[in-house]
Design a protein around this ligand. Structure first.
Ligand code: SF4
Ligand code: SF4
Ligand code: SF4
Length: 493
């Protein structure tokens, strides 16, 4: 002991300093065998890296965030989760092997995703659902009774669920899509969203009108304006098809969010152009950027340390729009883990674009960790800002429009504004940084509020579903028409 205490405090000339700052320890998975392993979160060269070691496959590193400052600051925006009315699995093996939701899960379902089919009319080179190509486990369409069971279970666990997102595969391939939308609308679910690649909207002149009866918010795959972008990500030039789909959606009065998958070196230089395209189109009320992950099929650099991350999109928006939107206009979304997503809103009047955080101090309302005692927060605005910076906010809905009107009350809204087109004067920009096997972090999965809903009653955090083998397990069973049996009653303690 004495010897130890007498050692000089200085680092001896032979010792070297690590090239990173150790931030914290978490758990992740081995990208080769998916064993759950300890992982270190390190800050290195201004970026955040996840480093882990599998006893069988050695060390692996993945880039989590290219901007350590954004990432570390985002941790202030972490609000307490809501507890669902029921859980569907028990705690047995420990997170993330008990999905779910198991009683350890830290957030309820903001968005319940139902993949109603595994089929697709495209076979994109990049697809985390691995859809649209011959699959060894076959393909499936959920039956109406399976969808009904999913929706009923969601109502049981949530009471009044916020959002159901109908997805796939390509959901417009499902022969009973309209019945499924009607079933969702018959239940006390606030918002229904529909993901689509737009092919059927473009080719079927009646589809948008038929969909409009159920008022879904459309999430339209939209990766860019260049033919080469479509060819790289989707296998062929879809520019005309996307334009046609947007026309049909506009004619039917359906509000649309453009959803670009962003791949380094393919379309990361189109981030600003996509936004401008959306701002100029009357039916588009937002853009939701998704940096590509290495789950399912993927293209581009497969180097997990060299990729587009959430803050890259924010910086690109600032650079490529000449400051129309700045990084400082964005705030993390606090209902999931705050590293998962960021968003902002703007008021649009002709060429005038006013990001809402420039007229309202959003930070005061969203800094849940250090700011809760701020004395002069407006009691009226607090729930409004929380509802807007939520995964469940639905552009084009009456509720979100009311919140946006409230949030912009400091703005002089021109009296000439036509109230029947008010919804088209607001615009959302979201960035959702999904995880893959390189970046998978258990603490983010535990706070996830975007859940894959299954016919057996389970709700599985989407990043866990895509990376831990749940997707493969479910596809195998549904593809071979095996029933997924409800688990809730028998496994709960
Ligand atoms: S991610 Fe959530 S539901 Fe899944 S095992 Fe962990 S705590 Fe349970
Ligand atoms: S990314 Fe979408 S459109 Fe492309 S194959 Fe997958 S499900 Fe189909
Ligand atoms: S789906 Fe993934 S990135 Fe999105 S909130 Fe859930 S854990 Fe986070």
């Amino acid at each position: 002991m004495r010897e130890e205490s007498e050692r000089p405090l200085e680092i001896s000339s032979e010792q070297t300093v690590r090239e990173h700052v150790f931030h914290e320890i978490t758990r992740s998975i081995c990208p080769q065998c998916r064993r759950v392993v300890d992982a270190q979160v390190l800050v290195r060269d201004g970026a955040v890296v996840l480093r882990k070691r599998c006893p069988d496959h050695g060390w692996h590193e993945g880039l989590v965030s290219s901007d350590a400052e954004w990432h570390l600051d985002s941790l202030r925006y972490n609000k307490p989760g809501a507890i669902p009315y029921d859980f569907s699995t028990a705690v047995q093996e420990g997170c993330p092997r008990d999905c779910g939701l198991c009683p350890e899960h830290q957030q309820h379902t903001c968005i319940g995703v139902i993949e109603i089919t595994s089929r697709c009319n495209l076979g994109c080179p990049t697809c985390f659902a691995d859809s649209g190509m011959q699959h060894p486990d076959g393909s499936y369409d959920l039956t109406l009774s399976q969808v009904g069971a999913i929706l009923d279970r969601l109502v049981e666990t949530e009471g009044h669920p916020e959002v159901v997102q109908i997805s796939g595969g390509e959901p417009t391939m499902h022969p009973q899509l309209l019945d499924i939308l009607a079933m969702a609308r018959e239940r006390p679910i606030s918002h229904v969203m529909l993901n689509t690649n737009g092919l059927r909207l473009a080719s079927d002149p009646d589809l948008a009108r038929e969909l409009a009866r159920y008022r879904p918010l459309i999430y339209l795959q939209f990766d860019g304006l260049r033919a080469s972008t479509h060819e790289a990500l989707r296998g062929r030039d879809l520019s005309e098809i996307k334009a046609q789909a947007l026309e049909r959606l506009a004619e039917a009065g359906l509000y649309t969010i453009l959803v670009p998958t962003v791949v380094q070196g393919i379309n990361d230089d189109e981030i600003g152009d996509i936004l401008r395209h959306g701002l100029a189109h009357p039916t588009v009320v937002g853009v939701s950027y998704q940096p590509a992950t290495f789950a399912g099929r993927c293209i581009g650099s497969q180097d997990p340390l060299d990729r587009v991350t959430l803050p890259d999109v924010l910086h690109a928006l600032e650079e490529q729009t000449a400051g129309l939107f700045q990084v400082s206009d964005f705030f993390p979304v606090p209902c999931p883990h705050p590293s998962c997503s960021a968003c902002t809103y703007a008021f649009i009047d002709g060429d005038q674009v006013t990001p809402i955080p420039r007229i309202l101090n959003v930070d005061d309302y969203l800094d849940f960790v250090s700011n809760r005692s701020t004395p002069d927060l407006s009691a009226e605005l607090e729930p409004v800002v929380e509802a807007l910076w939520s995964m469940a906010a639905a552009m084009g809905s009456d509720e979100t429009t009311d919140d946006l009107v409230c949030a912009t009350c400091g703005l002089e809204v021109p009296t000439s504004l036509d109230p029947s087109h008010l919804k088209e004067h607001f615009f959302a920009i979201q960035v959702h940084g999904f995880m893959d096997e390189h970046t998978f972090d258990v603490k983010r999965a535990m706070k996830c509020c975007v859940h894959q809903l299954l016919p057996d009653g389970r709700a599985i955090p989407l990043c866990a579903y895509n990376n831990l083998g749940y997707r493969e397990e479910v596809r195998k069973m549904l593809g071979s028409e095996q029933l997924l049996q409800p688990k809730s009653a028998e496994v709960m303690p």
